[in-house]
Ligand binder design. Sequence first.
Ligand code: 173
Length: 322
Amino acid sequence: MNSKTIKCILGGVTLAIASVSAQAEEVTLRLVSAFAENAIYVQHTLPWIAKFNQEGKGVLQINFIGGPKAMPTFEVGNAVKTGVVDMALNTGAFYTNVMPEADFLKLTQIPVSEQRKNGAFEAINSVWNAKGNMQYLARLAENQPFHLYLNKKIDKPDLGGLKIRITPVYRDFFQALNANVITTPPGEVYTALERGVVDGYGWPIGGIFDFNWNEKTKYRVDPGFYDAEVSLVMNLDSYKRLTDVQRAYLQKQLLALEAQNTFWTQYGVDETARQAKAGIETISFDKATAKQFRDKAYDIAWAAALKQSPDVAAKFKALFSK
Ligand code: 173
């Protein structure tokens, strides 16, 4: 046997050991959240992470690093794209800097269980893979419409003269209602309200108590519009690096997480009651105006989406609508 052959055999042995250990080795995924740790989305997910780690010993683990104190909200998307972290709990509005299409997910009008069946999930992933270097894993919030919260009374859907805190979710709609808009992450809303920098803000039906915004909120405008999309996403390379066993384990747990989405309907009801109890008044319009308001929200958002990214928006619109 010459030395080249020996090297070759040794190399083969090393490779074989490497592949065996790759199969057996537990992998830990680093997860950051774009929402603060006390936010309902994180609180809802922490028990799932604990169970994930309990049942995934020797296979796959999640290391929850933290929220915006660990990484600023609007930087999380890029950190997932580049692999600085493996996973994030995030919403599309916070990573339009990675791909503008991320914000389109607020426009889904069918449950995520149906999105998995009708091709919407694959359509999302083909964009997320190609443009964001991300795998879209699971949607962990559903049935959470967005609302406009105000400190000044309005009697018609006109926000002329009002300064409203936004994210990309609300931009086109609130601007179409004549608002002056200011983009901030959730972490800056309390101070903005306290200092009178804004007269109101957009947020889903639930969660304003998590940040004490109730102390600085007089009115909620009904009806709600869109559906808050909060999801787990993963760096595509990290996802591809998983073994089949690890990926199957992840998938099983992701479906279990989505199966808990029934939580959100009652949560929305409870949060509505809690707001009323806290003295937050509801501003509502007559039936026809309310319908116009909601229709306008969707019309404006789809028009903006179709302008921004015609092919993706057209495909999503067909798959996301009722
Ligand atoms: O208002 C926001 O910060 C926002 O865009 C959002 C998106 C999903 C859930 C909660 C808030």
